[in-house]
Unconditional design. Structure first.
Lengths: 228, 245
């Protein structure tokens, strides 16, 4: 038998492949970001443009918008690979599905979640979040969006075989994402008030470690069920 | 012992056992809940703070407990079905979801009615009510995922994974909601002192708890029988069963 490709090597190759595929279609990359900006604009228009009131709702708005826009992109995580049979080949390749799913999730976050974190200070400024609270907000979103991507990978894997799955996917993932929203918005809140936000950030970190270690196993099980 | 457990996995055997047990569970539940209700609603003394309003507790507390218990039963059954590929276990998990929705809805409605009397609003973002609401969403997600698949086996196994993910997350969601609320609570609601509850109030509550648990068993057996009949509708044993009756 010839030497087999190592797990890490396989995961790395899958990651670069997914990134390359994503960058071939730049307009799709921009969609979640535009969605994020549009949703953030909805709130001042529907509630109030007064800076004092805007500041109260800003953390919640930022987090809800970020959750919704990364959720929007999740459907694409596995669907196209499942439709053209690539996913089946990956499962048959003999590599652990857990590693492959984790690599795909990471690639998805790099092109869908990380840009959100990068532009979040802009949206934050527009909502009147003080500049000194921006770092905490970005750190929180960094961990929150990554956690959501891992949670969402389970939902995406469960809905591979389902037509029009985006609403179902949201229904499955959003209740599970509520702790993220609670801790994330709280961290931003504390930072705006000038207090130490380490507590909620640590809790977000704990959720990230917990989800990132367990969710790929659930997602791998779901992938096997969906394509067998 | 093992053969007995093994036999439970066979649909005809399970169907027979469930048919025998259903009336026993049903009548026991009826007696317990009937006694508990009359005792709790008529004979138990009124609370010195809440007056007669506290009596809704006799339905609310057991419903809230059962809504969680049902989710755990559902997840355990789903896990058993997923790991050992037992069809009956999947039927049990599928039957749990609507019962869980009913218990959760009952806990929410009675909680809202109680809140209207005590807090003056129908809905308060109280941590227990809020996590109960999220639990309802989790049940809806489970049912929706199950309904989205045409293929029975795939629906079983996919929803089993979801139930397991959900059961791991339920405590996390609950405690994060409690934490969230402890920061936003303006006026703290006076809790009913748990240890100081009078025995004449406590005994009917215990009766109701046992009654609800056994009622769950009765409803579950009935639903599983229906589910098994539906899934095995082309099997030989059902034809002989129908021919006999």
């Amino acid at each position: 038998m010839s030497a087999r490709t190592g797990v890490l090597e396989a995961a790395r190759r899958l990651l670069t492949r997914d990134l390359r595929l994503a960058f071939r279609r730049p307009s799709e990359l921009a969609n979640p970001l535009v969605f994020f900006a549009v949703v953030t604009t909805l709130f001042p228009l529907s509630l109030s443009p007064l800076p004092s009131q805007l500041r109260d709702i800003a953390p919640g708005v930022l987090w809800v918008a970020a959750l919704l826009s990364s959720l929007l992109a999740l459907e694409a995580l596995l669907k196209s690979d499942a439709e053209d049979g690539t996913l089946e080949q990956m499962v048959l390749s003999g590599q652990p599905v857990v590693a492959l799913v984790a690599a795909k999730t990471l690639a998805h976050w790099l092109v869908g979640g990380l840009p959100l974190v990068v532009i979040s200070p802009l949206a934050g400024l527009a909502l009147g979040i003080a500049p000194h609270a921006m770092r905490v907000t970005a750190e929180g979103l960094l961990m929150g969006t990554l956690t959501l991507s891992f949670l969402g990978s389970v939902g995406a894997a469960l809905t591979i075989g389902v037509r029009r799955s985006s609403v179902l996917l949201s229904l499955l993932v959003l209740p599970l994402a509520m702790p993220l929203l609670i801790f994330g918005a709280r961290a931003t809140d504390l930072a705006i008030a000038g207090e130490a936000a380490a507590g909620p950030l640590y809790l977000l970190g704990a959720l990230l470690v917990f989800t990132a270690t367990l969710a790929p196993f659930a997602a791998a099980a779901a992938v096997r069920i969906s394509i067998e | 012992m093992w053969t007995w457990i093994h036999k439970l996995g066979s649909p005809p055997h399970f169907y027979r056992i469930a048919s025998v047990l259903t009336p026993w569970f049903g009548w026991t539940a009826a007696i317990l809940i009937g006694t508990g209700l009359v005792w709790g609603l008529v004979y138990a003394p009124a609370d010195y703070q809440q007056g007669d309003g506290f009596r809704i507790l006799y339905v609310h507390a057991p419903s809230a407990w059962m809504s969680l218990f049902t989710y755990v039963v559902m997840a355990v059954a789903a896990g058993v079905g997923l790991i050992w590929r037992i069809k009956v276990a999947h039927a049990v998990a599928a039957s749990c979801a609507p019962i869980g929705v009913a218990f959760t809805a009952s806990a929410l409605v009675t909680g809202a009615v109680w809140g209207q009397k005590m807090w003056g609003t129908w809905w308060e973002w109280d941590p227990r009510l809020t996590s109960e609401l999220i639990l309802l969403f989790l049940y809806f997600g489970y049912i929706a995922l199950r309904a989205a698949y045409d293929d029975q086996q795939r629906a079983d196994r996919a929803s089993a994974v979801l139930a397991l993910v959900g059961v791991v997350n339920v405590p996390i969601i609950h405690y994060s909601v409690v934490w969230w609320n402890s920061l936003h609570q303006v006026a703290s609601v006076a809790k009913i002192g748990r240890p100081s509850i009078a025995p004449e109030m406590l005994i009917p509550l215990i009766l109701m708890f046992f009654g609800f648990n056994i009622l769950f068993g009765a409803v579950l057996f009935t639903r599983v029988r229906g589910e098994v009949l539906l899934r095995e509708r082309n099997a030989e044993w059902i034809r002989t069963l129908v021919a006999k009756s």
